[in-house]
Design a protein around this ligand. Sequence first.
Ligand SMILES: [Fe+2]
Length: 349
Amino acid sequence: MTRGCFVKKPLAASIPFMTETDPAIAPLLRRLPFLVAPAKGADDFALEFMPTGEGHLFDWLSETATDVMSVLDQVGAILFRGFPDGGDLGFDRCIEALDLKPFTYAESLSNAVRKNRSPRVFTANEAPPELEIFLHHEMAQTPLFPRYLFFYCERAAVTGGATPLCRSDRLMAHLQRQLPDFVRRCRELGVSYTHTMPAQADSGSGQGRSWLDTLSVNSRAAAEAKLQQLGYTWVWLAGDDLRVTTRALPAIRQTSTGTEVFFNQLVAAFAGWQDPRNSSASSVCFGDGSAMPAPALKQMVAIAYQQVYDHLWQAGDVILIDNLRVMHGRRPFSGARTVLAGLAGPQSH
Ligand SMILES: [Fe+2]
């Protein structure tokens, strides 16, 4: 597709919030050939891009990738809706079209059990539908994390199954006001995560990936060498389980514009890292090993969920997320919901 194929229409009238809050974005939006509006129900959170002509989304993105990524860096999340549904391989081509440095599931240290559909695309999480996956920045609990995260809805749930999104810069501002001492200690000390991995994948858990797969190894010795290289401490447990603890990782980071974001896995770990091997209460501590106060953690979770935009999926939806600025999760659901994911832009703590 060439730019000439686009039938340009005026931008939707309902985007004044972006020009008001961030004038730098207006010229970018005017240059893009999409119909643009706030994502429905998102208030001033995420943008929705719709087609103004024919063609698959990957063709549109190959023409507009640089500007689209610039917009994403400003707003945190973009929903593409109303394009022809290209399936899992079409989604793979969308990620390819953005021309970003790849980040594969195999090389990640993600705790989630997933299944690859293509080198760039995998199931988002194989955990049972009744499990809530709480808000998190993808892989913020590991030394290596992706800057960008992409979702595609292959099949929407019958009920539930929304993806909650939370802007971490706004959460940070709320936490600074309501939990200043907790935020100060997070900033000064960082955070350390403890997680126990099984020897074989446990798809009944949201964090059930085996240590062999997580670390891409095939022996205890190789696992220990990898952990040493990554700065973890570890202990072997009965049943060949492996408990690992990270070094102190930053709990707060800055975006390219200098805005602070609450970039960590504290909400998900404290609220949800619960399975036969893990207890959420003992999954996190400050970077010096001291305990985090449970009342502050509970309040942090409540404040985060007050900021949430719940995205209700339609089959064919594609969402681009700036993982540095926006947290995501998964609401429980019924029906055969399938949401696929992709990652890009490896970064390290
Ligand atoms: Fe995730």
